[in-house]
Design a protein around this ligand. Structure first.
Ligand code: HEM
Length: 531
């Protein structure tokens, strides 16, 4: 509505001013009037959106308000509070399970993702599960959910272990610069780089049956283009901010190196996936009589299983593959980086040691070549607790946003159509009200003892926002947990991790759609013998 009023005022003023100054109305006068209207519209709309609406007119202005996340624990509130984001954009932060239920579970299809975020993601990932809405999303989820079922995910565990073992031997070779020396083998490794590479290999192989070989060969054109184009860096944060505030299509045109890299990465990945999927589809059609074609050919990946349902076109399978890459690569890799950043801190050395003891007592060493399956990996309680706890205190995803399509009621408060409501896992997972006084501490024990240990001590599972919830919650949650546990077990069983120089460094953090450490995470790695 404000747009219509502001444009009406601007157009009237623009045309009246032109009418009074120009004696005869020519094409030039009309162009001048249009330009004047735009010049008048921008400040009116800006003043209304950034000042008048949030400060004087919004019905939500009386809600408790917090300028930064730290205030989640200190501002008294019930269910939610209001935050004024950049340019005073009003955001309702949901902090209570009752409030989260409505937009994310009960009425989830009455809410959509913010249009600019959706446009950014659509450009990168196509119209896959993350981007689609309404009936389209229902259809996609219905046909993809069985592909991610319990059994299918458990079957992927040996792959997770195989790749983790490869990562261990690469790191060993890298730090072993003095093979004949009797002293412990130690070196400095940027774990963020290695976790990015294993993340890509695992999602490529499990997602669409194609090994990127990023661990062993990071410099192939496909790996370089993908990682340069899609791994967020400082300029991605600025591009994201400008895109959210203005028009993503316009920002993509800016002559910035990251824009060029993303364009190149996108072309490379699109062509690669199109060829891969078309070829596999053609092959399948030619063997149409063989109902067990996928089993016979050994294609057990997610996209091949989705292909088997006949529910998706080739184009949509390409989009789903890009979605798996986008959703499953960065998040999983960041989770490993953050887990190592926590475990390597001297104050958590006892947690690292206890985890190592459990892993070594129950699993074969990666160098033995013995397969590790779900049955083996899932029976280690401390590993499970460390994995959940690291993804609680360092949730890879910062925020999940929704916008109601119509005026909505959440816990008795009217949320006007178009208002952004958000769950911020990065903060929600650490609120004292849900997690107790040690909410910000890394304490895996909370998942092992106490009445609500299944929820890490929280009274509701919704206090753990890491994987979202409801119809649009993470379809890859089981996959991500299995992958996380396999990599952590192989790494911690094999190496001791310490901060470089022995002292925990201050980290420079970048908050985009995910939370990354700028410059990665160099750590001191020492091979631990005897496994
Ligand atoms: C630690 C790793 C991961 C984290 C923290 C994570 C987190 C999330 C979150 C918070 C959402 C919900 C977003 C929203 O509500 O707007 C989500 C959705 C999604 N995730 Fe994950 N994810 C992870 C790994 C994965 C993996 C490995 C895959 C695929 C193999 C995956 C595929 C997806 C997809 C397709 C969606 C969209 C679901 C829908 O809209 O129906 N994720 N993820």
């Amino acid at each position: 509505m404000s747009n219509i009023i502001a444009s009406s005022i601007a157009i009237s003023c623009g045309y009246l001013a032109t009418y009074h100054t120009d004696n005869s109305l020519t094409t030039f006068s009309y162009l001048k009037a249009a330009a004047l209207s735009i010049l008048i519209y921008v400040p009116i709309q800006f003043t209304w959106t950034c000042f008048l609406w949030p400060l004087y007119f919004s019905p939500l202005r009386k809600l408790p308000q917090a300028p930064v996340l730290e205030f989640m624990d200190t501002v008294p509130h019930e269910y939610f509070f209001r935050m004024l984001d950049i340019f005073n954009k009003e955001i309702v932060i949901l902090t209570d399970p009752k409030a989260i239920t409505q937009p994310f579970q009960t009425n989830s299809y009455e809410y959509v993702k913010p249009v600019n975020i959706k446009n950014i993601l659509k450009h990168l990932l196509g119209n896959g599960l993350i981007v689609s809405d309404g009936q389209d999303h229902k259809y996609q989820k219905k046909h993809l959910a069985p592909v991610f079922n319990f059994r299918a995910v458990k079957n992927l565990y040996p792959l997770f272990w195989k790749k983790s073992s490869e990562m261990v031997s690469l790191i060993k070779a890298e730090i072993d610069t003095k093979p004949n020396s009797s002293s412990a083998i130690t070196g400095i490794v940027n774990i963020d780089d290695r976790s990015g590479r294993i993340g890509l290999d695992i999602i490529g192989k499990a997602g669409f049956g194609s090994d990127f070989n990023a661990l062993s060969n990071p410099h192939t054109p496909l790996n370089t283009s993908y990682r340069d184009g899609f791994t967020p860096d400082k300029s991605s944060a600025i591009i994201l901010l400008l895109s959210v505030l203005t028009y993503p299509a316009l920002i993509r045109l800016l002559p910035i190196k990251k824009n060029r890299q993303t364009r190149e990465g996108l072309v490379m990945v699109n062509n690669y996936l199109k060829d891969l999927i078309s070829q596999r589809k053609k092959d399948m059609m030619m063997n149409v009589d063989e109902s067990d074609y996928l089993d016979k050919t050994g294609h057990e990946d997610i996209i091949s299983s989705a292909m088997k349902t006949n529910a998706f076109t080739t184009e949509n399978l390409v989009d789903q593959s890009k979605t798996l890459l986008g959703a499953g690569h960065d998040t999983s890799s960041i989770a490993i980086t953050w887990a190592i950043s926590l475990l390597s801190q001297p104050k958590y050395a006892h947690i690292q040691q206890r985890l190592r003891d459990e892993v070594r007592a129950n699993l074969p060493s990666p160098s033995s070549g013995v397969e590790v399956n779900a049955e083996l990996l899932d029976k280690l309680p401390y590993l499970d607790a460390v994995s959940k706890e690291s993804m609680r205190v360092r949730s890879p995803v910062t925020r999940t946003s929704r916008i109601p399509l119509h005026d909505a009621q959440i816990c008795g408060v009217t949320i006007l159509k178009g208002t952004t409501v958000q769950v911020m896992p990065w903060a929600l997972n650490k609120t004292k009200i849900h997690w107790g006084d040690d909410a910000r501490e890394f304490n895996p024990e909370r998942w092992l003892v106490g009445e609500n240990k299944a929820n890490g001590g929280a009274s509701s599972s919704l206090a753990y926002g890491t994987f979202g919830t409801g119809t649009r919650g993470c379809i890859g949650k089981g996959f991500a947990i299995g992958e996380n546990k396999a990599i952590l077990a192989a790494l911690i069983g094999s190496f001791d991790f310490k901060p470089v120089g022995g002292k925990t460094q201050d980290l420079e953090i970048m908050y985009g759609l995910t939370v990354r450490i700028i410059g990665g995470l160099p750590v001191e790695v020492t091979a631990v013998d005897g496994w």
